[in-house]
Design a protein around this ligand. Structure first.
Ligand code: SF4
Ligand code: SF4
Ligand code: SF4
Length: 460
């Protein structure tokens, strides 16, 4: 088999290691390929590869992708009933290579769709299949999802091994399930009438590839695909979830504790641009800023040497890329905790109709209610769950171990929106006003602390 015949192709531009290099690079595909067919350069040995698709399922970033992914997506969303079968099962639906190619987002999509239409998956005799290990990986992913899923699952999985001589006899060995009966009731069913086999789809895909290559040689900019940030199966999930706006799904989500020093290393290491940091002067109604202003007022009364303006010049010490892109402060899709009484680990969405200035900085000195004329800089960390590939790089690099990942229930707005996961006031050296990234006292930068030998071992 030549490399061109493989169903799952490697896209270097999509690999997390290409998007952003990292000391502990991703090796999921290499480690989890059941056949050991992928080497360190992500080259696939065709004689070992069985096209099970686990490389696509375990890749957090579409580094490996099914050549026919668009056709599979079309079938999943358009077919009613939606039936998938593996090559070793009765060919009653759209043939996928193995259920090992389904990742968590794909399973979540199927479960959501199963509330609206019959969703049925037919497997062969997995124990006798060469891809039994791949199948087990898919099953484990589904089991983990089901352990968090709050609703009864209406998706059915049948085992109907393919019997080439007497396919109907083999099928008849199993009493028809409820889903099979309802399947027969659906008529006409244009999708189930046309069931191209895997071989037919590969041939068709080969012709398409040849056509694309010819077109690419003439008009490269027309045909080249842009690398994308939201994984393909995540877009399926977003689509399925948008059809049921009130439905919540279990989704692994970042949480940040008060140990955060706002160093923004997590922002810079994220290969998916799923984290951004936003720094601004605090709006006067910001509770964190109000507390900081009170504290500043008390300390300025007690210590006349304390600076009255703790805001350092924006470009003095802040890392170059910690400022969030302009669209982060776009009000319509920013999600912020609006209820101060909400528990710390519950993320509350802002109403889309919330005032436009929710996180837009205002001039605090203009308000008569400000206790002291002290500017307070608030730093916010904003998370876009839809982009997160759950690679855990941010967790690994966070010095104070402030980041954890927990599975919580999210609805469509949270999954598609921007979530404020952390907010605190910035700290500045009380001697030179430089921004500092520690929570120790006294509030000095290392250079200023070095002037006091007593602080050796404390701050430097
Ligand atoms: S699993 Fe995906 S992101 Fe990770 S190394 Fe393989 S191709 Fe790259
Ligand atoms: S969560 Fe950790 S890495 Fe991210 S800004 Fe806070 S301290 Fe830095
Ligand atoms: S786990 Fe962290 S580093 Fe990885 S994509 Fe998600 S936010 Fe980015």
């Amino acid at each position: 088999m030549s490399a061109r015949d493989q169903q799952f192709i490697f896209r270097l531009d999509q690999c997390l290691n290409t998007k952003k290099s990292f000391a502990s690079s991703c090796r999921q595909c290499i480690q989890l390929c059941p056949q050991g067919a992928i080497n360190e350069k992500k080259e696939v040995t065709p004689s070992k590869c069985t096209d099970c698709g686990v490389c696509m399922a375990v890749c957090p970033s579409d580094g490996f992708v099914d050549r026919a992914i668009n056709e599979l997506q079309e079938h999943i969303f358009d077919a009613d009933p939606m039936v998938l079968n593996c090559p070793a099962a009765q060919p009653e639906g759209y043939e996928i290579n193995c259920i090992g190619m389904l990742d968590r987002d794909a399973w979540s999509t199927l479960m959501l769709l199963s509330a609206q239409k019959e969703v049925r998956i037919i497997t062969g005799d997995c124990a006798a299949c060469q891809d039994v290990k791949a199948c087990a990986i898919g099953v484990e992913t589904l089991k983990d999802l089901l352990s968090h899923w709050p609703l009864p699952n209406s998706m059915t999985i049948d085992i109907l091994p393919w019997d080439e001589k007497t396919p109907q006899a083999s099928s008849a060995k199993k009493a028809p399930s409820q889903s099979s009966q309802s399947h027969n009731k659906h008529s006409p069913n244009p999708t189930s009438r046309h069931k191209p086999s895997l071989g037919e789809r590969r041939e068709k895909k080969k012709l398409t590839d040849i056509g694309k290559e010819r077109l690419r040689s003439i008009l490269p900019s027309v045909i080249d695909e842009e690398p994308h940030t939201i994984p393909l199966t995540r877009t399926w999930l977003l689509e399925a979830l948008s059809q049921v706006p009130d439905q919540k799904i279990p989704f692994p989500t970042l949480k940040i504790s008060d140990h955060c020093t706002t160093c923004a290393i997590c922002v810079r290491i994220c290969p998916q641009h799923a984290l951004t940091q936003h720094t601004c002067e605090a709006p006067e109604d910001n509770e964190i800023a109000q507390a900081a202003r009170l504290e500043a007022a008390e300390s300025s009364a007690a210590d006349v040497t304390a600076p009255t303006d703790v805001t350092a010049p924006a470009d003095v010490t802040a890392p170059a890329d910690v400022t969030a892109p302009a669209d982060v402060i776009a009000p319509a899709d920013v999600i912020v905790p609006v209820d101060a009484t909400a528990s710390a680990d519950v993320i509350v969405p802002v109403d889309a109709t919330a005032p436009a200035d929710v996180i837009v900085p205002v001039d605090v000195t203009a308000s008569a209610n400000v206790i002291v004329p002290v500017d307070v800089t608030v730093v916010s960390l904003i998370y876009q769950a839809a982009r997160c590939s759950h690679c855990q790089r941010c967790i690994k690099v966070c010095g104070p171990k402030a980041i954890t990942m927990e599975t919580i229930e999210l609805d469509s707005r949270f999954l598609q929106g921007k979530i404020l996961i952390h907010e605190q006031t910035a700290r500045f050296c009380t001697s030179c006003s430089r921004r500092i990234y520690h929570k120790l006292n006294p509030c000095l930068c290392v250079d200023c602390a070095k002037e006091d030998p007593k602080l050796k071992g404390v701050l430097y």
